[in-house]
Write a protein that binds this ligand. Structure first.
Ligand code: GGG
Length: 350
């Protein structure tokens, strides 16, 4: 297999972790006889600094022409302290998702047994948890009209039937090959968009009678996730709810630094860790590269249909953790201090 990969390292710790995702992509390629040609694109704060826009046309054109995209993170503290900034790093990320039609963001909560103690939740609550989140990615308040008036502001929360239908179908298809259990998370007791969401899910559910469907309010889901995470299998939810819920779920896996994601839909698949740019640790060789590495496992499996290669990567991560190696974010009081590694050493171990 020969594929063209666009690497978008982005901001903060993005370049550090993406280096290791790319290295693992190539390493596995060399074992199985796959070759890659790489191109690089700017996005986020680095793109704003260089071109004045967070998603230059050149990056978008390269993205459309590639077979898969490996992305790091966007964001910069400068914009967090300046809420009125008109041009922002995250705009590039939202625009590329929309332009490529990447409406389904898959976020598996892979729990490595070795990390049961890295979580603040009790191991007996966590053990056996295996959740696959489907976060809708190109609708909701993220894309609705924004207004700012004199002393007020608004973000339009909007969903169309077709947007809910297509993410629901993706989630049900996954449920069919997993535990035949799907939980749809909404806020249908309050929000009109959620009432449409629920109606559409109920309709799509009829096409998948073997799948047990549950509807849950977002507030309850947030609570159940830490109380009894094992009750979930496939979870499908809207953009905003999915963004928040999966950050919460990362604590099941031990750290934000462990969660990979795949964005799919109409265009080129886009693979990225769920974490952001973490400027507080950028450039210090402290970031956990495992989410980027696991994103490459998702790329092998989802973009290229190569399950064995994907498993080889998750096995390598598992083996590294079993050997006791940890980055700071997943170390606990029992970790051998000599085995707490930086980004580079952890990437090399994998
Ligand atoms: N790698 C994920 C990332 O860079 N996240 C930053 C962010 O602000 N994301 C917004 C979103 O995922 O909707």
């Amino acid at each position: 297999m020969k594929k063209n990969i666009l690497v978008i390292p982005g901001d903060g710790i993005g370049p550090e972790v993406t280096t290791w995702g790319k290295a693992v992509l190539e390493k596995i390629g060399s074992i199985y006889g796959h070759t890659f040609s790489f191109d690089e694109g700017l996005m986020g704060h680095v793109a704003i600094e260089a071109t004045g826009t967070s998603l230059p046309d050149d990056t978008l054109a390269k993205a459309k022409a590639s077979d898969a995209i490996l992305f790091g993170a966007v964001g910069h503290i400068k914009y967090d302290n300046d809420p009125s900034a008109k041009v922002r790093p995250e705009q590039g990320l939202l625009k590329i998702r929309k332009e490529l039609g990447l409406y389904a963001n898959l976020r598996p909560i892979m729990l490595f047994d070795e990390l049961l103690n890295a979580s603040s939740l009790k191991p007996e609550i966590l053990k056996g948890t295996d959740i696959l989140f489907f976060r809708e990615l190109t609708g909701d308040v993220y894309f609705g009209e924004k207004t700012r008036g004199d002393g007020f502001s608004s973000d339009l929360m909007i969903y169309h039937k077709y947007e809910v239908e297509r993410i629901a179908k993706k989630a049900y298809e996954a449920a069919m090959v997993r535990g035949k259990k799907l939980c749809s998370v909404d806020k249908a007791n309050v929000l009109e968009t959620s009432r449409l969401w629920r109606e559409v899910i109920q309709d799509v559910a009829k096409q998948y009678p073997e799948v047990e469907t549950e509807h849950m309010f977002i507030d309850n889901a947030a609570m159940q996730l830490v109380k009894n995470p094992k009750k979930f299998d496939v979870v499908v939810t809207a953009n905003l709810f999915g963004d928040i819920l999966t950050d919460e779920a990362s604590q099941i896996a031990g750290s934000m630094g462990m969660l990979a994601s795949a964005s799919i839909g109409d265009g080129t698949g886009f693979f990225e860790p769920i974490h952001g740019s973490a400027h507080d640790i950028a450039g210090q060789d402290k970031a956990n590269p495992l989410a980027s590495i696991l994103s490459v496992a998702l790329m092998y499996e989802i973009a290229f249909g190569l399950k064995e290669e994907a498993k080889r990567i998750t096995d390598a991560v598992d083996k590294t953790l079993k050997a006791g190696y940890r980055t700071g974010d997943i170390a606990d009081s029992n970790t051998d201090k000599a085995k707490i590694l930086g980004t580079t050493a952890m990437g090399q171990k994998v």
